[in-house]
Design a protein around this ligand. Sequence first.
Ligand code: ADP
Length: 420
Amino acid sequence: LLSSETSQGLHVIHIAAEMAPVAKVGGLGDVVSGLGKALQKKGHLVEIVLPKYDCMEYDRVCNLRAPLYWEIFVHKGLNSARICFTCHNFEYQGTAAASELDSCGLVSQNLNKSDKMQDNSARDRVNSVKGGIVFSNIVTTVSPTYAQEVRTAEGGHGLHSTLSSHSRKFVGILNGIDTDAWNPATDAFLPVQYNATDLQGKVENKQALRRKLGLSSADIRRPLVACITRLVPQKGVHLIRHAIYLTFELGGQFVLLGSSPVPHIQKEFEGIANHFQNHDHVRLILKYDESLSHAIYAASDMFIIPSIFEPCGLTQMISMRYGAIPIVRKTGGLNDSVFDVDDDTIPSQFRNGFTFVNPDEQGLNGALVRALNLFKNNPERWKQLVQKDMNIDFSWETSSAEYEDLYLKSVARAKAAKRA
Ligand code: ADP
């Protein structure tokens, strides 16, 4: 984060592993481009530094030249920059043998210490995420509930003591979604566009997806439940598997779009996909497919996210914007964005989905059965819920203002320190 002598706004540099649409495997890619665009709209200069991946979509990048720190950033004043470390998931920590620091020109002896980069459990290893926490001026993560959870021994992935001792500079800000890229009224990936006041288009998307995937279209009212996810343990894969069978038993249709970097999970789901290969009501598509993901959000009535932990989660926000009601486990950002329709402790205007607490089959059953019953028994109330969810503001407007505020305060503190 820099402030420039010549321009009013901040100069914000995001250093990230993903950016949609050129390099995306999950929500990090959405966040980096969504937050960057929102800050740009507020008048700040935003630059994003990415690895130059072989698989990048180079035809979508103009004037490519991925810049050297010493040649470019130092001349722009980075030597007086403030650093904000935003962690999207504390599960991925990038530990390495301490000696590897020396090959980057750093002195491992100085940094492999418990109050610096030393991993909290392996003394001969350094931990880049811990280093990020220790050496940044501000640390943020992607939802207020997750920021609480990672300060506990159960949720902290070994970093809870580090996060607790740096808690004064640590805050959780809920992600938004890029509402231009995710807009059912203009989405070019959809066969038919629609909006909250004209839901006929949503029905047509449902029929189109059923035809495309070879699912039965006989009963237009048969509920369609979807899940789009990386198939990793964090996402509650055993509960996703359970939801497939339960939905079908309860008279619904289920579509899963997902792929797994974990060979035994990928293999297990390939087995389930084969089992349902020509089935009328269940389809598993085990790959990454951006255009199909849009078609599924638009077609589905419900969207399931039974995560064991979820730093923020974007699919619940995207599904609501497309009128698919989320069924989620109350954890992390899901707890900050989905509120149960039957929870009397929540003001009724905020209630927008179905939630459950225990990460087991009974927990999921309760929420899924309630959702399917409401869909079947009270179509008018269901329609009102769909319209309400589609109108919720999940844009970056509020969250980017929180980031902006943090950045500005940090730069102001730096300037004050320089003057003193
Ligand atoms: P995470 O970052 O943990 O993967 P998020 O919910 O934050 O989870 O973001 C997931 C993003 O990745 C969403 O935009 C979702 O639509 C997309 N996504 C996940 N799996 C697939 C897939 N198989 N095909 C297309 N898009 C996917």
